[in-house]
Design a protein around this ligand. Sequence first.
Ligand code: GLV
Ligand code: MN
Ligand code: MN
Ligand code: MN
Length: 411
Amino acid sequence: MTETHRLGARVMALIDDLARHTDEPGRLTRLYLSPAHRATAEAVLGLMRAAGLSARIDAVGNVVGRREGREPGLPALVLGSHIDSVVDAGRYDGPLGVVGGLVAAQEIIARGAVLPFALEVVAFGDEENVRFPTSLSTSKAWAGQYRPEWLEGRDAGATRLRDALVAFGGDPDGIPALARSPRDVVGYLEIHIEQGPALEAAGQPVGVVTGIVGLTRARCTVTGEANHAGTVPMGMRRDALAAAAEMALAVERLGEGVPGAVATVGSLAVTPGAVNVIAGRVDFTLDVRAPEDGARRALVAAIDAACRVIAGRRGVGYSAEIYMDNRAVDLDPGLRACLDAAARRHGFAPLRLASGATHDAVSMAALGPAAMLFVRCRGGISHNPAESITLEDADAATRVLLDAVLALAEA
Ligand code: GLV
Ligand code: MN
Ligand code: MN
Ligand code: MN
């Protein structure tokens, strides 16, 4: 490591420190509004204040730090990402963008640079959307797209989002006031691990994201009849699990049939879930993504039709509730060019690549220009404790971000 990797070293140390906060000892799980999320938010709040930002935790649990520009109240350039995680997560998905933004902002403050816009760093709280049936709810609160029914949604333990938010110290009634006007936002820049293998294959540390796929998520329920596994003949059952299994295979087959699309049943809960009981009910999740919105919606409709046919043939009930329907988003050409030019000034030839993962940039794009910088991750692995990046790449990304902010200030 050389002096030139100073920013990367700081980013990696802060990420390692934040990774201590987990809901499950022995592995990293940090669900929205959990005690580990609260502890992480407080740690980030302290880091922001120590960096010289005026910081607070907002009504939905986002941590936001701000430094005024050449005069108070100017629109803000926002840097950030999220601090919630999936179950048994890696440490970089989310925190890299928060800490990268924070370290870049700290560097700007240390240099005494006066900017023609305010600079904000944000740690969004609900990006993974794995605890409650929500859709990028905390960044959508900023975009004025928060749906009040999300507050009534429940997690797997039947806790209501509204109650979890109050326990966290948030304020459900304060959410509408979080909505920002596009006039208050200069733009949004997010560093994120690539979560795919393209940068590694190309031998490049960073890439500029062209756009983010559209995404539909649903909670689906199959209702059969719980009964004795030893006494009910095979032809006389209404087995919810066998039906759900057939549905999952249909999801896979239909997803394979649409170029560029992916369709996943990632979670399945069997009730009552005993070795000697035919399943009476199965709840499963559906996640469908595609770069083209029409193709995605057609695929979702085809899956729904196939599941209904399977349910009819097997004599079970079927219902599906779509709770996320995010259109595909093109990231801003001007901000993309700015990141691209900054990367080239640092000697990189950044790839241009599309994102198959969703991001808070989807929400922020509704408020103003948004762009993302991807960072090479080992083996393209993410949503896995084996997620890994190098200190050198963290340094490269942070310097490119810093350079892009300073270039925007000159523009
Ligand atoms: C979240 O990162 C997702 O794309 O599922
Ligand atoms: Mn992420
Ligand atoms: Mn993720
Ligand atoms: Mn994501």
